[in-house]
Design a protein around this ligand. Structure first.
Ligand code: NDP
Length: 402
């Protein structure tokens, strides 16, 4: 029996709220709070049965958060808002002694840069306060870290090569839209790519390395090497990894739109003067693009996200591939959301359940791969994200030095 506050009522917040509401034994009381209260109320109305309370909060303001937390007294706060709010929410959790969970690591608004350092620096303070923070518990980051920990526990003595491969083989029918918050999404894609090899990071120009990858039930899709945050924690927590990369698919139309928007300056985060008012072009672009939470109804096709791993077991080289495919229409049927919000929100709910049922609970700041993967892997299929694995069989692509 626990009280939880969910912050953010967008695509992911909708999924987290609905999934938590169906688990009254774990999440006995739920408050959904966001910047726009009407969005929380709309979700509350869909769920019904007085399962949710709602509130307005500006999560950029620690004082507002502290007021809310003092009044409600949550055991755990789930951050389904934006990475910009990670530190303010963590500060408020410290003041009110509430556990914390998020799905994306902190980035400052005025610099397109994300890294775990800012949040890992809270470790001692969380330990001393006797509370826990679980970072990056969506799908990627999130399930991809649990998959890697599961692979290490059950199939390898050492992991040497890790490729996280993420395909959205869906079609939302819009000329251009992003599957999660447009501002965060475009900042992620337009920054330099980066991968880990032989003990160091290698930077590449944005989207400059790409290759075809064969995704289960979807087929071959061109996939681009990006920097993604779970690479940072995984190479730290699993030091035997020699090479770690992240690949994501983009269609030609998406890349073409993005190039045009970049060329005309619409993806810039440098403020400009417009008609006597300062605006940030990327924030303006976000305002005219579809909301991630509005893409679900006519979304067809499916996502496929997984980890392709090579390492050694009892001195023999082993290949391993583990993945989930999620149909956008199944997500729509379950929670009136789309597949990318669903694959993020379901693991966030389950991570929160792991914490509140003491399966994953110790004071401090952690990434998912630092916990026993088994209880999470045993349950994730029941909540709509079943997984598949192949040992020494089909590979999505072959690119190994040994
Ligand atoms: P949306 O833009 O759909 O939703 C964001 C929500 O946060 C909105 O309800 C927004 O309010 C709210 N919000 C923004 N700023 C504040 C603030 N200052 N105070 C209170 N609420 C605020 O984004 P998504 O739901 O698609 O994404 C949510 C998060 O999930 C992002 O951090 C994203 O990076 C992460 N994510 C993680 C993935 C993973 O696999 N790990 C994959 C996909 C997303 P308003 O409605 O007023 O704008």
């Amino acid at each position: 029996m626990s009280k939880v506050i969910i912050i953010g009522a967008g695509g992911v917040g909708n999924v987290v709220a609905k999934k938590c509401a169906r688990e009254p034994k774990v999440f006995s009381e739920i408050l959904l709070a966001s910047r726009t209260k009407s969005k929380c109320d709309a979700i509350e109305k869909e769920i019904g049965n007085n399962r949710l309370q709602t509130a307005r909060v500006d999560a950029d303001r620690v004082a507002e958060l502290v007021d809310l937390f003092y009044n409600y007294k949550p055991d755990l706060v789930i951050n389904a808002a934006l990475p910009y709010q990670d530190l303010t929410i963590m500060e408020a959790c410290l003041k009110c002694k509430a556990h914390y969970l998020d799905t994306a690591n902190y980035e400052p608004k005025n610099e397109a840069k994300f890294e775990y350092k800012w949040q890992w620096d809270y470790n001692e303070r969380f330990k001393n306060a006797g509370i826990m923070a679980l970072l990056g518990c969506g799908f990627d980051p999130g399930v991809t870290g649990v998959y890697t920990a599961y692979a290490l526990k059950h199939h390898f003595d050492e992991i040497h090569y890790l490729d996280i491969i993420d395909c959205n083989g869906g079609d939302h029918g819009k000329p251009f839209a992003t599957n999660f918050n447009p501002e965060i999404n475009i900042r992620e894609i337009t920054q330099k790519g980066k991968f880990w090899q032989s003990g160091t990071w290698h930077e590449i120009p944005p989207m400059s390395i790409h290759r075809p990858i064969d995704y289960p039930n979807i087929g071959i899709r061109e996939s681009y090497l990006l920097y993604h945050e779970e690479l940072e924690s995984l190479v730290k927590n699993i030091p035997a990894i020699k090479r770690a990369r992240f690949w994501m698919t983009f269609g030609e139309a998406y890349i073409h739109h993005l190039q045009v928007l970049q060329n005309v300056g619409m993806t810039s985060i440098e403020p400009i003067d417009y008609d006597g008012r300062e605006i940030v072009p990327l924030q303006f672009l976000k305002a005219v693009l579809p909301e991630p939470s509005d893409l679900g109804e006519n979304y067809s096709g499916e996502t496929s996200i997984g980890c392709q791993i090579r390492g050694v077991k009892e001195d023999r080289v082993r290949n391993y591939y583990i993945w989930n495919n999620c149909k956008h229409q199944d997500a729509w049927k379950d929670v009136n959301g789309q597949g990318v919000s669903y694959t993020t929100g379901v693991p966030a709910m389950l991570g929160a359940k792991m914490m509140l049922t003491d399966k994953w609970m110790k004071p401090g700041v952690y990434n998912v791969e630092e916990f026993d993967p088994d209880p999470f892997m045993n349950e994730i299929g029941n909540y709509g994200l079943p997984w598949n694995e192949i040992v020494n069989g089909r590979l999505a692509f072959d690119d190994y030095d040994e």
